[in-house]
Design a protein around this ligand. Sequence first.
Ligand code: ADP
Ligand code: MG
Length: 701
Amino acid sequence: MEKYLDSDIQFLPGVGPKRAALLKRELEIATIGDLIRFYPFRYIDRSTIQTISSIVSESAYVQIQAEVKTSNFTGKRLSVIVSDGTGDLELVFFKGVKYNAERLQPGKTFVFFGKPTLFNGRYNMVHPEIDNADPDKPGVAGASMVMTGVYTSTEKLKTSGITGRVMNKLMANAIRLALPEVEETLPDYIIKEKGLAGLQYALKNIHFPADAYALKKAEYRLKFEELFFLQLSLLKQKFIRSRNEIGIRMPMVGDAFNKCYEALPYELTGAQKRVIKEIRSDMMSGRQMNRLLQGDVGSGKTMVAVLSALIAVGNGYQACIMAPTEVLAQQHFANISKYLAPTGVKVALLTGSTKTSSRKEIHAGLQDGSIGIIVGTHALIEDTVVFKNLGLAIVDEQHRFGVDQRAKLWGKTVGGVPPHVLVMTATPIPRTLAMTLYGDLDVSVIDEMPPGRKPVQTMQITEGKRAALWRFMKDQIALGRQVFVVYPLIFESEKVDYQNLENGYETIMNAFPFPPYKAAIVHGRQTNEEKNFNMSAFAAGRAHILVSTTVIEVGVDVPNASVMVIESAERFGLSQLHQLRGRVGRGSDKSYCILVKGQKVSKESQKRLDLLCETEDGFVLAEEDMKMRGPGDLEGTQQSGLPVSLNIASLAKDGQLLTDARNYAMHILEKDPALETVANMPLLQELRKGKYNINDYSKIS
Ligand code: ADP
Ligand code: MG
């Protein structure tokens, strides 16, 4: 055991029990080793000093060295004018006013670092970081270091005296004492092949860069390490599974498939054909399929599901298709029954509201094998449901299903051989995120829309255009179309949101009085029965307008609906808006998505709305969304979270490096799948440490 690396952080000189408790609570730093692996998120570059006259934009941080001219209080605001000979700059303080007034004496020179803001046509800097200028080296601040790390901090840490400067000192102590103990995690041959810096060098330079080049090398090494081990862990699980886990061999396509295929009302798209081939070859292989099928709303996943299910049936097995809601299950059942008519395969629907008598019948049919395909909700995974020989489980809209529920499906096996699993999602996940979230799955993508889909015209309006909006809705209804009106529902403000929804419904009922207009409302506080009743009324064309929360977000298909009105659109996430828009444009009519904006729209929200108006490509939107929000926030991953937390690499920004790391991990595993060779011993050791253990996702089925 190492002397320093594993020891409690309180024993590091400068810490002690009080600060240790804080570091643990606020930053999850428990040992000196943890501290060393806590990296700066940015650096103060003391090697370059800009002139005040060179400040031309608000976008970049700048560092200037300047002399204090005057210092003035106005109210609670401290204004300090500094000059560097090329110009004056105002520094503004709202906090620590007294301290800064005392420190920033006229005539003294300091180095200021911060982000300029344009105010009344002039630049100023609010709360800059301040360093004493080094009198020996004009133009260069501080002591010996060129770049200083800046670490994530919290209010509590700062008020307890763990300032940026203290953090730098603690880090210096940690590096001095513990760095010699740090062992290389990557084998020599990888370091050579990839031209990486050694771990000790990288850790020293990530905290205390010798220069910009050393920092680059350190960053690259640590990012590569992180992404490489992550991918190695995921892929290793996949390799082991594909070697060891036997799946049901389904060598034939079968009659049912062919009959259905020949009777199709349309030609499959190239993407649908390709994906079906991928699925078929998995099911033929004798190994268990674990495949994620991604396809934007309306890309035709249902047909792929049906044909896949028919492969199972053609080989003498059963298939189940599981949907997240009752309404969706019903809709699937109706569609699938149509497709199956020419095949003679028996299909049934099982949901929470299936009557006891028919439920018994269905249970019997599943047990004796007379039902070939079963469509349903969570009811399908109840223990009382026993299959004769389940060969394929299809899960629609994966993100609404918990890991436990998937595990239950897995349990419904034939003599211990697990069914093939196909998970379908309409939430486009950026490639880099998919590689991480589903790194152990195979991924198929339908990246082509069926022909003839008309683009949805998307526009933004403000409250002032309300009357025009209603006229427009009335015109559309007069043409025989239907309209969705969606209100946001955010957990924290649930009460207010429901109030808005109810008010909105009332306003609509007033503006669209019965007769002739009929408006239905659907939301999460209704019972399942109420929800189904109202939703079905709209789906069947008995209501013109459906007012709802986002419960309609997933999957519901009402081809006659041509208008999607989204209230307070600025409050929705980008993918969510895209999903909602996907509810219209499914029929042959021209469709519209109208984003109604509130009074205050942040820059960020405005960008989301602009993007949505610009493109209908779900993958483009997902990538943009991730760049704007960071992957942790991405819809569809919120419930699950990322499988591991990344210390330094970013899924949004380091996509290329992630791909490289993944390919390299693959290359190593192809030669040594269990990492048994002596050369790869360090890899196995590192994986055993647990940071890269991602159990939840190894058995998505
Ligand atoms: P999603 O991927 O959102 O589940 P669906 O499977 O519901 O999409 O398909 C959307 C619509 O497109 C359906 O009405 C379906 O009948 C139709 N469709 C699917 N594939 C094709 C195709 N190859 N050509 C024409 N229409 C298609
Ligand atoms: Mg669907």
